[in-house]
Design a protein around this ligand. Structure first.
Ligand code: FES
Length: 139
């Protein structure tokens, strides 16, 4: 299986500049007691399949990537590549998550490594959806 690369230029790859942005409305999510709650109505960045936002701050110890998968399901990952801890992006239309760095380690939605220099799988967090609210349970 050949892995599709997200279209990024060499400088973005060298400096590890990910394509995924933080939610434009920071009040759209909150964190407490090991859980992140996110109001989908307030995060238009997650409207389309293959989209994502990155979550950090508000006491969250490790950054989190929230993905609206190509299959319509929401997923959450520790937003650190297991090679050099660079951030991750979804590759729309491929059911994969990819490191933003030059190595482009690529992972499946279950976190397993498909290709690249990463040392192991991604940490995948449990996501529960109730209506328009996502609850992500951090391990
Ligand atoms: S940091 Fe991800 S491939 Fe190197």
């Amino acid at each position: 299986m050949s892995v599709q690369k997200l279209d990024r230029n060499i400088f973005q790859r060298l400096f590890g500049l990910c394509a995924t942005r933080k939610p434009s409305r920071q009040e759209a999510w909150d964190a407490s007691e090991g859980k992140i709650t996110l109001d989908l109505k307030a995060v238009p960045e997650l409207n389309s399949k293959g989209s994502a936002v990155r979550i950090d701050g508000k006491g969250v110890k490790v950054p989190v990537l929230v993905v609206h998968g190509d299959d319509g399901e929401y997923r959450a990952f520790q937003n650190r590549c297991t090679h050099g801890k660079r951030a991750l992006d979804p590759v729309p239309g491929t059911n994969t998550i990819q490191c933003c760095s030059v190595g482009t380690s690529t992972f499946s939605y279950d976190g397993s490594l498909i290709e690249g220099p990463a040392k192991g799988p991604l940490t995948v967090y449990r996501v529960d959806q109730a209506g328009e609210t996502l609850t992500i349970t951090l391990k």
